[in-house]
Write a new protein. Structure first.
Length: 75
């Protein structure tokens, strides 16, 4: 019963809002800017870490000589 009463009080408030004037405003811009800076920082960090990775694959002959089993190509 109280939910329907609250809904009847909120409906007139929703009609007062002009849909043509509602904008994200300064808070929306600040949130978007913070997210953009965070993504930029994460990408810069990822680039730094990816440069440290050695992508050279060892040949199956070199792993067989070293005594470690070679990776199964079927997997």
């Amino acid at each position: 019963m109280s939910a329907s009463l609250a809904l009847t009080h909120l409906v007139p408030l929703a009609k007062e809002v002009d849909e043509n004037k509602v904008t994200p405003g300064v808070l929306g811009f600040i949130v978007f800017a913070v997210m953009a800076v965070a993504v930029w920082g994460l990408m810069k960090s990822m680039n730094k870490h990816m440069q440290k990775v050695d992508f050279k694959e060892s040949s199956p002959e070199s792993t067989a000589d070293s005594g470690t089993p070679a990776a199964d190509p079927k997997v």
